[in-house]
Design a protein around this ligand. Structure first.
Ligand code: GDP
Length: 169
């Protein structure tokens, strides 16, 4: 479209196996025609209509908290698996690294507890996730990529958080 639309870079961080690629694939849709290769990382661009307004997100699926991905994001999605306490602890570590890298900036961060469908192997409760997000000063959502539960809500939430800070961009 020729309309004037802002483009925002959204970076997914989290331990291997927590479901980053699965979440990004759902965001991208089944046909992966908009894949851009950047330093071996996949990036998907999609325009979402949220609250009657279009916003374009370039979502980057990364597996390592490399310096560059801590620098380039306009928003961050930190993913852990509710079935993997180690990944929950890594999420805290990533939050600390992000704060160090981008100290003075007020960047939207969404903490995501994925694999909420795996009820019987859950190791991290909803309350723990919520409490952690409160300490981090960020948003929180539980998702299931397998059931496609809350995935659209996650990316809509990212758009709303970006718009809240638009004035300062
Ligand atoms: P990544 O390494 O963080 O990109 O994780 P992947 O997206 O590759 O997912 C790792 C594994 O977990 C794959 O076998 C996925 O099918 C599975 N997985 C991802 N999300 C979910 C989920 O919400 N529920 C369940 N049950 N499995 C999931």
């Amino acid at each position: 479209s020729g309309a004037w639309e802002p483009l925002y870079r959204v970076v997914l961080l989290g331990d291997p196996g927590v479901g980053k690629t699965s979440l990004v694939s759902l965001f991208a849709g089944v046909q992966e025609r908009d894949v851009l290769e950047q330093h071996g990382e996949a990036a998907y661009e999609r325009t979402l209509c949220v609250d009657g307004e279009e916003t374009t997100l370039l979502v980057m699926d990364t597996w390592e908290p490399e310096h560059q991905c801590l620098q380039v994001g306009n928003a961050y999605v930190i993913v852990y698996s509710v079935t993997d306490r180690g990944s929950f602890e890594s999420a805290s570590e990533l939050r600390i690294q992000l704060r160090r890298a981008r100290q003075p900036e007020d960047i939207p961060i969404i903490l995501v507890g994925n694999k909420s469908d795996l009820v019987r192997s859950r190791e991290v409760s909803v309350e723990e996730g919520r409490a952690c997000a409160a300490v981090f000063g960020c948003k929180f959502i539980e998702t299931s990529a397998a059931l496609q539960h809350n995935v659209a809500e996650l990316f809509e939430g990212v758009v709303r958080q970006l718009r809240l800070r638009r004035g300062g961009k």
